[in-house]
Design a protein around this ligand. Structure first.
Ligand SMILES: [Cu+2]
Length: 313
């Protein structure tokens, strides 16, 4: 059977198998009858065609039986779907932020992670927050898929995982160029393990060993925040300008509709991250990149700068 790890699996899989079973039954029986008719009523065996006029019994039969079958499909689909629409009152609440093209998850105590960590056998309510365009929150192993609509109030979904382990989280709504890279993971942990992780204060701050190379830390931030979806490291232009070979250069930007030259330095990088639409890099469009204010600290920007600088070496 297909991998399943939530309380919705039974209902959804039953409806699916029910419909699939009926579909198979008819595929095979109709094909068999067709083959039989080709054999039995071909010109050689049955040279003179019989004219059949209407048959009320037959018409009632082929109306009533399919009606019962589709009502059955509707019933099992509905019964499987209802609990998904009724999040319980009690549970862990997590907000999922989606932006082009990454997910991040924010917990009630302020923790933020790029993977979704949840406790097993506990109701988890996910508030869905689309920051730019339509996305969809999809966890196949849990049988849930819900559109994430920018500005929609009370946009949420929920689940209760029944097995520990890691499962894929996908965006299931085509949301632009790098949509196919918009994926994450849900990690289901034992309850005590989860709460330990949740309250672990060390995990709240970026841990920096004394001898760590700031450029490597910068590289990690750039990947974990999803910057490389729009900024290449090899000189090619994606949605945004490349990161390669630009640090320290004088570049042309549009500020308030006015073209001007600026130095690509730490100040410029910081402004680009906190207020991306202030300067628009020549040849690129405003409104693509969203501000990371509150999401990337000034210290992290220093690491990003160290990384950008290292690309020139
Ligand atoms: Cu998306």
């Amino acid at each position: 059977m297909i991998l399943g790890a939530s309380t919705f699996v039974e209902g959804v899989d039953f409806a699916f198998m029910f419909i699939l079973g009926i579909a198979f039954f008819f595929l095979i029986s109709i094909t068999a009858v067709m083959i039989f008719f080709i054999y039995r009523y071909n010109k050689k065996r049955n040279p003179k065609a019989t004219q059949v006029k209407d048959s009320t019994t037959l018409e009632i039969t082929w109306t009533v039986i399919p009606l019962i079958l589709v009502m059955g499909m509707f019933y099992y689909g509905y019964v499987g779907w209802i609990p998904m629409k009724k999040p319980p009152e009690e549970g862990v609440t997590i907000t999922s932020h989606a932006r082009m093209w990454s997910f991040s998850f924010e917990y009630e105590n302020g923790r933020v992670s790029d993977k979704l960590y949840v406790p097993v056998d506990t109701a988890v309510i996910i508030n869905l927050n689309a920051m730019d365009v339509l996305h969809a929150f999809y966890i196949p192993a849990f049988r849930i898929k819900e559109d994430m609509v920018p500005g929609l109030a009370n946009n949420r979904t929920w689940f209760e995982a029944t097995k520990t382990g890691s499962y894929s989280v996908f965006c299931a709504e085509y949301c632009g160029l790098q949509h196919s890279y918009m994926l994450s993971e849900v990690v289901v942990m034992e309850q005590d393990e989860f709460w330990e992780w949740y309250h672990d204060p060390d995990a709240m701050t970026l841990e920096v060993p004394d001898d760590a190379d700031p450029a490597i830390l910068g590289r990690q931030i750039i990947s974990s925040k999803g910057c490389t979806a729009c900024h290449s490291l090899d000189g090619s232009s994606l949605v945004g300008p490349t990161f390669a070979g630009r640090y320290g250069e004088t570049i042309t930007v549009i500020t308030d509709g006015q073209e001007r030259e600026v130095l690509y330095d730490e100040e410029y990088v910081k402004r680009s991250i906190y207020d991306p639409d202030y300067d628009i890099t020549e040849g690129f469009r405003p409104g693509q990149m969203l501000s990371y204010e509150g999401e990337i600290s000034e210290e992290e920007i220093e690491f990003i700068v160290a990384f950008l600088e290292s690309l020139n070496e």
